[in-house]
Design a protein around this ligand. Structure first.
Ligand SMILES: NC(=O)c1ccc[n+]([C@@H]2O[C@H](COP(=O)([O-])OP(=O)(O)OC[C@H]3O[C@@H](n4cnc5c(N)ncnc54)[C@H](O)[C@@H]3O)[C@@H](O)[C@H]2O)c1
Length: 304
């Protein structure tokens, strides 16, 4: 099939592109390289260096599916620069949808986020739990979900929102694990932990995230649907720091900023109910221990 991946030079998008090309699809990557790297783009894919806020309809003409991942994925900076995350995420997604409508694309798959739920009181949180985001990033993704639904119902393009938990793994340059890794590299004696260390969240290896995206693409029935994508267990930030230090053979003193949340917009407790996607045949395969080991191996090699 002829498919496009926006953000295909980034962390998740480049792994998705690898999987799609290995399945034999004809893949076009659209990325402005603001955060991604050209060397991550699969050599079998066609690369279009463009900003998603520009007209893409000729680039997406006659595509069977568009995987829309390009975004500003940073929760923290969305509090500091709200207009930037609005512009890239909301205006950018609207622009991609408009281009898809003009290009008559039939299928759109969008990476949303667990942060759309805000501080949910039900854990694991199912998809029908009310969405009350507490970060500008979460709000921007929820606005996109609304457009995904309205475009699906108005213009006959089947669409999907995938609410991702914390995704980690090779090629990721953001998130708590790389933050700890970099801090320990700079000073192995001390580790600053944002928050009180009791934040308790779900993490999923990128290979499981990619298989979730492919499952939803191939198996979803309704014209629009939303699915949670996460693991069945969660881990406190303290335990994550301990596991990471153990793997690296370091024993630093932990220093806490001692707030309940690590930063403005941080959701301290997060676990997604993943039964809906499991019913379509998807199941996470990589344990946290194996995934963390693979990621740390990659971080060590890529720092050389
Ligand atoms: N990594 C996670 O834990 C996580 C969790 C929930 C949701 N998500 C979502 O998954 C998607 C991928 O995230 P990621 O972690 O791979 O991020 P990433 O930053 O590695 O990838 C994003 C890609 O989008 C590109 N991009 C950014 N703005 C663009 C623009 N205006 N025009 C064209 N390209 C642009 C960047 O260059 C980059 O290659 C994002 O939509 C993100 O919001 C990620």
């Amino acid at each position: 099939m002829k498919v496009a991946v926006t953000g295909g030079a980034g962390f998740i998008g480049s792994h998705l592109t690898d999987a799609l090309t290995s399945e034999g699809h004809d893949v076009t990557v659209v990325d402005n390289l603001s955060r991604g790297k050209i060397e991550y783009v699969n050599k079998k894919a066609k690369f279009v260096k463009k900003d998603i806020r520009n007209e893409l309809s000729t680039d997406l003409e006659n595509f069977d599916a568009v995987f829309h991942l390009a975004a500003d994925p940073d929760v923290r900076s969305s509090a500091i620069k709200p207009a930037v995350s609005y512009d890239i995420n909301v205006a950018g997604t609207f622009s991609v949808l408009e281009s898809c409508r003009k290009a008559d694309a039939k299928r759109i798959i969008f990476t949303s986020t667990s942060t759309v739920y805000g501080n949910a009181s039900v854990l694991p949180t199912p998809e029908d739990y009310p969405c009350t985001p507490i970060s500008n990033y979460g709000a921007s993704k929820l606005a996109c979900e609304a457009y995904l639904s309205s475009y699906a119902h108005s213009y006959g393009m089947k669409s999907t929102s995938l609410r991702l938990a914390n995704i980690y793994g090779e090629r990721s340059n953001h998130g708590v694990m790389v933050d700890f890794y970099n801090k320990l590299k700079a000073n192995p004696e001390e580790l600053e932990i944002l928050g009180d260390g009791k934040q308790d969240k779900s993490y999923l290896h990128v290979s499981d995230c990619v298989s979730a995206i492919l499952t939803a693409w191939k198996k979803q029935n309704p014209v629009y649907d939303a699915f949670n994508v996460g693991s069945k267990d969660k881990m406190t930030v303290d335990n994550l720091a301990k596991s990471l230090c153990k793997e690296l053979g370091k024993s630093p003193e932990f220093q806490y900023t001692n707030t309940k949340s690590g930063w403005v917009g941080d959701v301290p407790l997060m676990l997604l109910d993943i039964k809906k996607l499991e019913k379509l045949g998807w199941k996470p395969q990589v344990s946290m221990q194996d995934g963390l080991r693979r990621y740390l191996d990659w971080l060590k090699k890529s720092a050389k």
